[in-house]
Write a protein that binds this ligand. Structure first.
Ligand code: F6R
Length: 364
């Protein structure tokens, strides 16, 4: 049941700290800070290229995974939605591996992509939430997210659990390939182990995010922007908002704004920015300032160090816990999902069962 929550989505959002803790504990040893990789169907040291594929929000988690795996393990990673990968006919190297990501493990596009990848000699590792699903059964190896059942059609805790698994894989791959030092790996593992506590702190800001939702609920169009591994989280914010509130939203890489979408900016289009401090902060903040100068209403998620400069031009600034840039994408996924939830509630939509959608999409 929903317990004391109004919707399954709300309940599942509030399960974030527990689910992230359970998933991380499965793959990260807090005592040694080492990553326990599952038995892989390939030698990660020899893999020339990794193909990541999935659908919807799971694909967006995969895009974050691409940033992490390329950075930490120095493996070239290709990422495409399953429904496109199948028809793109990409050249796939011998000895290559594919990483499929799915909550349900039953999404038809994924199963079709898996068949194609296998026929082309790729080994299949999947990240799945439902252990007895078709994908889990048919993959060469499976890493489980420990998210528990997800009832809300819009995916929340399963996506952040996928991110947690991808972060562990990136560290594990980096160690196995020798591209990541033990000290740096330990530092990143420590950052990950703080995520459940940070997630709880984000959920405690519910009232503030609800107030932000009130500003957004009247809009016809909303832009989400971020840079680097936060760019896919901007896409996640836009997808979630479209899916459950039916407000048109788009996610953009912050640096792309000036190449077109800035033409949309006026005082009726909220610009929701993911802009925590870190190496990409200055550039993102200056993109935001450009949007503000054109009358854009900037609403930013940031951290204590990032807040003062943004407050000079942003209408609202939500200060999230201080986190290492590595774990920021996981942390930022939570408030954008929570924002979409509150906007949908304000609009009175059927939050758990959005129109035209099914929890598991078993047609191609
Ligand atoms: C978004 C959402 C969908 C799913 C997608 C993949 O909130 O729920 O985009 O992420 O349909 O589903 P799975 O993960 O079951 O393959």
């Amino acid at each position: 049941g929903k317990g004391n929550y109004r919707h399954f989505m709300e309940k599942e959002l509030h399960e974030h700290p527990a689910v992230l803790g359970d998933t991380l504990r499965q793959y990260l040893d807090p005592a040694t800070l080492g990553v326990n990789l599952p038995n892989l169907p390939f030698d990660i040291r020899e893999v020339p290229r990794l193909t990541i594929t999935a659908c919807g929000s799971a694909f967006l988690a995969g895009l974050v995974g691409r940033y992490w795996i390329e950075q930490l393990a120095r493996i070239p990673v290709d990422a495409d939605v399953a429904s496109e990968l199948r028809y793109r006919d990409p050249p796939l190297p011998e000895g290559g591996a594919a990483l499929l990501i799915s909550q349900s493990g039953e999404t038809a596009d994924n199963l079709a992509a898996m068949k194609m990848l296998r026929a082309r000699g790729q080994k299949i590792l999947s990240i799945v939430n439902v252990p007895e699903s078709s994908m889990a059964r048919e993959s060469d190896a499976t890493v489980l997210t420990v998210a528990g059942p997800e009832i809300s059609v819009a995916s929340t805790k399963a996506i952040t659990a996928q991110l947690a698994v991808l972060a562990c894989l990136a560290i594990g791959f980096g160690r196995a390939r020798g591209t990541l030092s033990p000290e740096e790996a330990a530092r990143l593992s420590t950052a990950l182990l703080q995520v459940p506590e940070h997630a709880a702190a984000v959920l405690a800001q519910d009232a503030e995010i609800c107030a932000l939702a009130a500003e957004v609920a009247g809009a016809r169009d909303v832009l989400f922007i971020g840079r680097g591994a936060l760019y896919p989280i901007a896409l996640e914010g836009a997808l979630k908002l479209k899916e459950i509130s039916y407000i048109h939203a788009e996610g953009y890489a912050a640096g792309e704004m000036k190449h077109g979408p800035i033409a949309l900016i006026d005082s009726s289009v909220p610009v929701i920015a993911l802009c925590p401090s870190g190496p990409l902060y200055e550039k993102t903040a200056s993109n935001l300032q450009e949007a503000a100068a054109r009358g854009g209403r900037i609403m930013a998620f940031t951290d204590a160090a990032g807040a003062p400069a943004l407050r000079r031009f942003a209408e609202r600034v939500v200060v999230l816990p201080d986190a290492d840039p590595f774990s920021q994408p996981i942390l930022h996924a939570i408030p954008v999902q929570l924002l979409a939830y509150h906007v949908a509630v304000l609009k009175g939509t059927d939050v758990d069962q959005p129109r035209n959608l099914a929890k598991s999409v078993t047609v191609e």
